[in-house]
Structure formats: C-alpha cells, structure tokens
Design a protein. Sequence first.
Length: 116
Amino acid sequence: VQLVESGGGLVQPGGSLRLSCAASGFTFSSARMSWYRQAPGKERELVASITSTGDTMDYANSVKGRFTISRDNAKKTVYLQMNSLKPEDTAVYYCRARTFYAVYYWGQGTQVTVSS
C-alpha cells in the first residue's frame, strides 16, 4: 500500500496550491479519503474528507470556502485545492485512506509553508 503526496511548497499569503495524493495497493474507489495537517507543536487535525463516490465532502471550519477536496477514482488520486492561503495554514499535510474494511493508511506528508 502506498499513498504518495505531492504539490507542497512555499507560497505567499493569498496564494494557491494544489496537493495530490496518489494511491496504490488497495481498492481506492471504496475508500473514504481525507487530508490532515500538523503544524509544529500542534496535534494533527482533519482538514477535509470525501466519500468513496465523491458525493459528500466535509471541511474543517478553518478552511471552509477556501479549500476544496476532490477525487478521481480512475486515476486513484485525491486532491486538495487550497486558495487564499494564510500563514496559519503552514503545516505538513497528510493524506489518509479509510478502506471499506476500516483499515487506515497514511501518506508520508508534504510540507506547505505560507510566508512572505
């Protein structure tokens, strides 16, 4: 099983980034996918999640209206479009899969830094 995140980097406040998470080794189309983040000295927190069919998304209040989670089951990839980025969005962003059998997998994370 692999979850490989990409797309992180350094961006100025107000800018945008799109994170990708490419999955392999499990039935992606049956898995609920989520993005989490962890800032230095803080606990890991849920940012957004999407159902296996992509028909329902949930967001943390802190990112509502700015972030959009989506998925492409044919490409076995989940995305996180991040707009209007703020310094407080700086964190390592992780992709997580919850399979049909309630097994959880995590990616290695990708760093997002919002700074001028």
